[in-house]
Write a protein that binds this ligand. Sequence first.
Ligand SMILES: [Fe+2]
Ligand SMILES: [Fe+2]
Length: 452
Amino acid sequence: MPLRPLTTLAILLLLTAACDRTAPTDAAPHDNTTPAEDAEHPDPDTPDEEDAPPQEPGPECPTTAAEPTAVFLTWQSDPTTTMTIDWHLTDEPHRTSLCFRGLGDDQWTREVDAVEVPIPHLERRVFRAEITDLEPGHTYEFQVGDFARVYRLETMPSSIDDEPLVFAAGGDTQHAPQFFELMNAPIMEHDPAFIAWGGDLAYADGGSHPDHVQRWEAWFDVIHRTLVTDEGRVVPILAGIGNHEVVDGYYHRHDDFEQTDEWREEVAPYYYSFFAFPGQPGYGVLDFGDYLSLPFLDSDHTNPVDGLQTEWLASVLQERADAGFTHIMPTYHVAAFPSHRDFNDPIPERIRTHWVPLFEEHGVRLVFENHDHTYKRTHAIRSLAVEPDGIIYVGDGSWGVLPRVGDSRTEWYIEEFVSDFHGLIVTLHGDDFHVRAINPGGEVLDEFGTAH
Ligand SMILES: [Fe+2]
Ligand SMILES: [Fe+2]
């Protein structure tokens, strides 16, 4: 089947973007005083504050350069009260801490020491700090290392009963940095609170060749250039593992496979060092207050689907179901219900055997899948049949990779199929979820959910 006209348009746009692309600039430090701040924080000489005790001076935060090479936010703990901040630099650092304050504070209130994260074969240096004890639904400002640029971060709300939470999801992000960048632009129009990607990130294959390392550098540079809002808010990212994070893609292609941290780090050195979450053993779960739980799973890349990981998943899902989480949305790379590859391939079959029954048992309603480089939405599925109260599987990972052609609607489980680049805009409000798949032109390819 020929590419859809839209896909052709998207590729033309990509090629244009590739030609026009300008190098990242050493932007001047952002002015960190906004009219809104002025309004919220009147002049300290006003009568109301005359009797206030003298304020302790905040930490000194001298800066010597404009902005770091890259900044990357993620979470290791509850996103309503924490944030993990990484920054990358290419020079020798003078200062290895970050300064932090609430939006509107007129001086820095906290200085937090960072640790250096060793990244093999990489010339740039990476520092990491986790900020804890934050207020839910608040905006904060921070400044990293020696750099003057002031960034913002937002903690997630404590509840989604009144205001909806909007995030983006997808996977397979970078055949070429230009593709990656082109999809990020319409996603940012929706102001996502965070992005969840299910593997095949930089397509660096875990290798140590300079070309592979440079793919990671390009990936982080695109994020720094395109996933920071005009106000300086950095969009946090949750990154699952895919075959292109791993030497030879899958654990069973390695004769020396062993289920240890050392072995996993050896075959996926960048994934385990660049991303604080999920960290070892390569799968993990992130709980947003008591309303959203996101398990990130490893579909046979550095851990078998079955065995220890399935046992862990069973207990995680049981605990979240018992705790009353409304939204439990697993993310992983290889699709259990593929839209390009064969339904009877061994990994999809293993996922359907070991994970899908657990999803069905514990109230999962939506699952994010990737790897096939197509857009699909399945019918609602339960016990391998179309059922109204079943689970919808959406994917299949073509954020920044060339979409594969075809039309898998002939498969019993596929309800919608499109061959196009796409990212998912997911809106959660109370018990409802709503999903829109959009392409680089911002066109809505598909839309579904429980909300009306
Ligand atoms: Fe891929
Ligand atoms: Fe893949």
